[in-house]
Design a binder for this molecule. Structure first.
Ligand SMILES: NC(=O)c1ccc[n+]([C@@H]2O[C@H](COP(=O)([O-])OP(=O)(O)OC[C@H]3O[C@@H](n4cnc5c(N)ncnc54)[C@H](O)[C@@H]3O)[C@@H](O)[C@H]2O)c1
Length: 353
């Protein structure tokens, strides 16, 4: 294998452990440097995962050994780092959601186009083996006409989680179960079922009276292809269970729980079904009880995909344009919950939470 590609990290908070471990274990990526104004977090990160301490974000951008910059800052700061990184000629991996508004997401898309550099959004659950199997079956027509796609994310986070950092309890900064936790599953339904046309949602706070946020979401989605979907997502439901995804078509049903394929039933049985039904057996980690209960492997696939996308001159697996629609669905949920009305998509370009 040729030399590894150089990576830089911006933001050494909670999620940085997955990026650190993913790069450390990747055969394609090498950690060059990390930046964070919080000296303690920066020290802890480089001590554990290696790389140098960059004096500043600007110093990281000036480092010619770095080809890809991973933006791991709070949600409403993503464009502020992604745009200058692209302008400095770096490719960029941005943590989810792409940003907090469609306009800020468009700034990232536009900067990527102008600079001719790639952007991937870290929606790593799409890379889960069970989800890839369902996606492949949908794309090959095995489900027939899609009828229903549902996600149930019944998780628990203690109040301390919301008070740990200032941004975690401020909705416009990207706090709340819809944009922060359910976003992966909103994105999965978009990924599997296609674009959405209509959203209806209700949001409540069941268990965290100390913060003014929704900790529970219920939403109904209509998809362009005529299918329907439900999302129930919460961080109020102790102790938290692995998330469950259900897809029903006229010719088949698939259900995953965490990494496990719980059901895989098709009218036309095929030899590969036996292997697919074993996916995830022996592993149950999927974030139900806390972020630390996730593995770094899905992040590693995303990082390796960026290296391959650059080498092959193709788009990364998860582009910001694609993630923009998942953000649009999430924003429509806030609009619906606030107004008590059904919301039709597309939303205007200036839509925000
Ligand atoms: N993909 C996933 O499953 C997943 C899981 C958790 C978090 N996330 C996402 O990752 C992002 C970060 O979340 P987190 O939980 O790690 O947050 P965090 O608050 O723990 O970490 C953010 C870090 O950014 C740093 N930062 C702030 N300003 C900076 C600057 N000017 N330069 C460099 N660093 C700066 C902060 O000091 C902090 O250490 C969010 O977008 C979140 O939604 C994704």
């Amino acid at each position: 294998m040729a030399d590894k590609m150089g990576f830089g990290i911006v933001g050494c908070g909670l999620v940085s452990q997955f990026h650190g471990a993913a790069i450390l274990n990747s055969e394609k990526a090498e950690l060059i440097a990390a930046a964070d104004p919080d000296e303690e977090r920066l020290n802890a990160f480089v001590e554990k995962y290696g790389g140098e301490k960059a004096a500043s974000f600007e110093a990281l951008l000036a480092d010619e050994r770095i080809d890809v910059v991973n933006i791991l800052t709070p949600n409403a700061m993503h464009a502020s780092f992604a745009v200058p990184a692209l302008e400095a000629g770096k490719h960029v991996i941005v943590e989810k959601p792409p940003e907090m508004t469609l306009a800020r997401t468009d700034e990232i898309i536009e900067a990527s186009r102008r600079a001719g550099r790639k952007v991937a959004i870290c929606l790593q659950v799409r890379m889960r083996e069970s989800i890839r199997a369902i996606k492949a079956a949908i794309d090959s027509g095995r489900f027939g006409r899609l009828l229903e796609g549902d996600a149930y994310m019944k998780w628990f986070r203690p109040t301390d989680y919301y008070l740990m950092d200032d941004w975690r309890s401020r909705r416009e900064q990207g706090a709340g179960v819809t944009i922060q936790h359910a976003f992966h599953y909103i994105d999965l339904l978009h990924h599997l079922m296609g674009p959405a046309t209509r959203v209806e949602a209700r949001m409540t706070n069941l268990m965290h009276p100390e913060v003014e946020l929704e900790d529970t979401l219920k939403a109904f989605i209509e998809f362009e292809n005529g299918a329907e979907g439900l999302i129930e997502a919460s961080t109020a439901l102790w102790p938290g269970r692995p998330p469950r995804i259900e897809v029903n078509g006229e010719d088949g049903t698939a259900i995953t729980e965490g990494e496990i394929m719980l059901a895989w039933d098709f009218r036309d049985e095929r030899p590969e079904d036996e292997r697919i039904m074993q996916i995830g057996r022996g592993s149950v980690a999927a974030g139900g009880t806390g972020a630390a209960d996730l593995s770094y492997e899905e992040h590693m696939w995303l990082i390796d995909d960026m290296v391959d996308a650059i080498a092959e001159g193709r788009d990364p697996y998860i582009t910001p344009r694609d993630a923009r629609h998942s953000l649009e669905i999430a924003l429509a949920m806030y609009h619906s919950a606030d107004s008590g009305e059904v919301v039709d998509l597309p939303l205007p370009d200036d839509a925000a939470v």
